[in-house]
Design a protein around this ligand. Sequence first.
Ligand code: DAH
Length: 416
Amino acid sequence: MKVYALKARSIGSQLHHFHSSCFREQITNSYDIEGLKKRALEPHPQNNTPSSIVDKVGRNLHRLPDHPLNIIKRRIENYCQDYAKKTYSMQEFAIFDDLSPIVTKRRCFDDLRVRPDHVSRSPSDTYYIDDEVLLRTHTSAHQTELIGSNTNLFLLSGDCFRRDEIDSCHYPVFHQMEGVKIFQDSELVAGDPEKSLEIIENDLKSLLTGLATHLFGDVEMRWRSDYFPFTDPSYELDVYYQGEWLEVLGSGVIHPEVIYNAGKEGAQGWAFGLGLERLCMVLFNIPDIRLFWTDDERFHKQFVGLSNDPKKVISFVPYSKYPFCYKDVSFWLPVVGGPASFHENDVFEVIRDVAGDLVEEVKLFDEFKNNRTGRTSHAYRISYRHMDRSLTNEEIDEIQFRLRDELVRRLGIELR
Ligand code: DAH
């Protein structure tokens, strides 16, 4: 289970920043949500962001007191501040949790060395506002701007957006936390790059293993080499928890080119990033990612008071699972080479747009090609379930009919 699929997939803190010179931007820890939503809905040929996604901008679940995402965020922040006090001679992490999620392609991808042809950049995976501006796909999108403005030790959390499949651990909006430290010359060894690298890696690993212990208790851990375009070397940390190895975070030594792109050539440091939903789901036993978005008291009251208790682990008690109901839809894809291009994520998005959080899971369960006509057929099974009550047949039929119409209208498919 990967909530932040590590598919190496700026800061206009205020709207006018989109056009200002990046190194003079003042980084403000809050943004004009309404202005931003308006901006996100402006028509543009490259704008593929539906209003259902724009509606979620500014909900900032990670900032809501007693929300499980906020509880985990604060636990991580508190731990890191304690570590910093002990280890970095009283220096503190700067905390950002309200930077605008609308960033430039440059900050989100180019600055971080994500290849121009990498799938994470494509409109099938990313919500674009126009050809240059998009909804951040990860919190790493803020690295070069913050480093460029001499923010040398920071934690940054925020909502991230990816077009993705639909199941209990994928949701198009999720939350990540990023940590970065840029070292002072005095902390490294001049003229000895190997020793300096060792200092950076040891510090990164000791902070993060301490963090994992803080969150999970006394667990077994392992470091694995990984690849991210923005770090070298890159590592993933796994913990052994409740009988399973879990990937907890990605991290590494910041790539020199990323530092260069930030305008700080020659500086050195580490970075890490983690998915907050995933940590919460594991730690609090939350079975479905849609629950983070519910307004139901029966969910929220289970987390009240945990904020003040740095270690307490509770196990979420599901308030009865309401019955689910599934419906199938099958269709011929648009003709290859025809005017409409097709991606499975487009289907998921139409489904989310029409059915919202009532969809629990969508599976492509049949696919074949008719050799005579050359056309391909897809069949999807859609499981509907309300988190907080039972659904009626009429309700689902009505949604399913609308869904069929919208698939035809928006994707140019032919129902079978
Ligand atoms: N941005 C990565 C993702 O979304 C996570 C990540 C990995 C962040 C390694 C980092 C890092 O800062 O060093 O999958």
